[in-house]
Design a protein around this ligand. Sequence first.
Ligand code: HEM
Length: 265
Amino acid sequence: MNSSAARSHPVAGLRAPVRECGGPAKSRWPARMDLAQSLSGLALGLFMWGHMFFVSSILLGKDAMWVVAKAFEGYFIFGRSFPLLVSFVVGGVAALLVLHAFLAMRKFPASWRQYATFGEHRRMLAHGDTTLWWVQVVTGFALFFLAFPHLFQMLMHPAAIGPYESADRMFSGRWWPLYLVLLFCVELHGGVGLYRLAVKWGWLQGSDPAAGRRRLKTLKWALTVFFLVLGLATFAAYLKIGYEHRDRVGEVYTPAWVKPAETAR
Ligand code: HEM
């Protein structure tokens, strides 16, 4: 087959198939998309760690969670609340999540045969990291559906974040099933994702890669267990407050030391 025939494609205008030698240069786009997927995953993973600490401030008391919610509304900078600031952050996180999901979809098995082949390999290899990749795919798929109702609620009702408001949503609003499944999906997905990033880019591995990977895996599981325990304690705290507050749903929480007029939105 001569080179001009190799370079042309029977259908006019379509890019000629990549040939190993003498063919057109390989596209850099797959590598760029991989890098963008890693960076967006890293940003989302670190965001989720911060998010869990902010949401779990309820464990320090209602006033502590009120202060955190108000801080994100600019209350302690501008002297009054601007819930729209929270919507901007939510919009940014949602855009990052859409980009990450779009880039990650490339890695999903695309046919029954690919799923079957992957399943066979996973069972045959019984290799921890291969199974973790499968956990990534399953939890990633679930997050397509579970993350966006939560983000839309936060985007459209940023002012409805507070000790009573969040607890009422969890208990009386019956959002708790979504949060419970979302909590496990996001902590497993984020934990495995950050571990795979460290392995992929050779972070924190030291001079002995095998020992480094064992250390990373231990750290990964320790962090996942820590955030799941923190998340479940937070979840239980919101449910308890929501149950105790079930007859006064809609009441806005104001700390005793704050004059109601000061918190006007
Ligand atoms: C800037 C964007 C976000 C904001 C402002 C936000 C805010 C909140 C707030 C205020 C709560 C307490 C419950 C409530 O008020 O309904 C909460 C809980 C939760 N959020 Fe988010 N969230 C954001 C993004 C996300 C994302 C992207 C995920 C996962 C993909 C997520 C997962 C969760 C989970 C699992 C809980 C329950 C926590 C628990 O009970 O332990 N959030 N979030």
